[in-house]
Design a binder for this molecule. Structure first.
Ligand code: CDP
Length: 237
């Protein structure tokens, strides 16, 4: 084997997973699958329908029957089509942000979304990003990375990102929301956020995107020593 078949990246919000995943996917020519969009899609649909998001049975039914289509673009974005139209942008609204971890904590919802994630991941040559990819969705992934950073640093990153997008939020607000989401993700009974035992763990405080990418590539070259070598010419040629 010269390259990992499946790269799993887990970690809390704004720990740098998406940036790293995009760069790895580009460097290796792999697809990139951001599993968070599925939980966001269920949350979005529940809000649209005015459903009770605390009701596990209702949310599970919605997750099972959701008319969702994922399209991975050439630039590696996961576009989400819901009810026949591209709803990707709406999945990142403050309202979805506020509720998604409540919906994602329902065991029935997680179970309903497991198969589609596994099926896509097992196609291979893919970087899969989430909270429980290395622990629950594809424990057989052959390269697992867990990114982390302090709450303050992650909130600052997310705040700057929101400001760049023109959203009017305060750093204090972002920090509070993120702390609440972290607590929900880490304390839920089913598939809580934690590194897999065989994951490479990286604290990204103060590291640039380049430095994170380089560190992971170093680990990967060590684990898959042939990953950058061109094949040797055959003896008969
Ligand atoms: O980028 P950010 O962390 O803000 O959001 P995301 O990755 O889209 O995930 C949104 C939420 O979905 C997380 O806070 C989790 O509650 C949930 N999630 C999950 O439980 N399992 C996953 N594999 C992915 C997301």
């Amino acid at each position: 084997m010269s390259k990992p078949r499946i790269i799993a990246i887990d970690g809390p919000a704004a720990s740098g997973k998406t940036t790293l995943a995009r760069r790895l996917a580009q460097a290796l020519g792999y697809a990139f699958f951001d599993t968070g969009v599925l939980y966001r899609a269920v949350t979005w649909a529940a809000l649209q329908k005015g459903e009770d998001l605390q009701d596990e049975a209702r949310m599970t039914l919605l997750a099972r029957t959701l008319d969702v289509e994922l399209r991975i673009t050439e630039t590696g974005e996961t576009l989400v089509w819901l009810q026949g139209r591209d709803a990707t942008q709406e999945l990142y609204s403050p309202q979805v942000d506020a509720w998604v971890s409540v919906v994602a904590a329902h065991p029935g919802v997680r179970q309903a979304l497991k198969d589609v994630q596994r099926r896509l991941a097992l196609q291979g040559h893919i970087v899969v990003v989430g909270r429980d990819i290395g622990t629950v969705i594809v424990p057989e992934a052959d390269m697992k990375i867990y990114l982390d950073a302090s709450l303050e640093e992650r909130a600052r990153r997310r705040y700057e990102e929101a400001r760049r997008k023109g959203h009017s939020v305060t750093l204090e607000q972002v920090l509070k929301d993120m702390a609440r989401r972290d607590a929900l993700d880490a304390s839920r009974a089913t598939a809580p956020l934690r590194p897999a035992e065989d994951a490479y763990v990286l604290q990204t405080n103060g590291l640039s995107a380049d430095e994170v990418f380089e560190k992971v590539m170093q680990w990967m070259r060590k684990k898959f020593p042939n990953s950058n070598k061109t094949p040797a010419p055959s003896a008969t040629s």
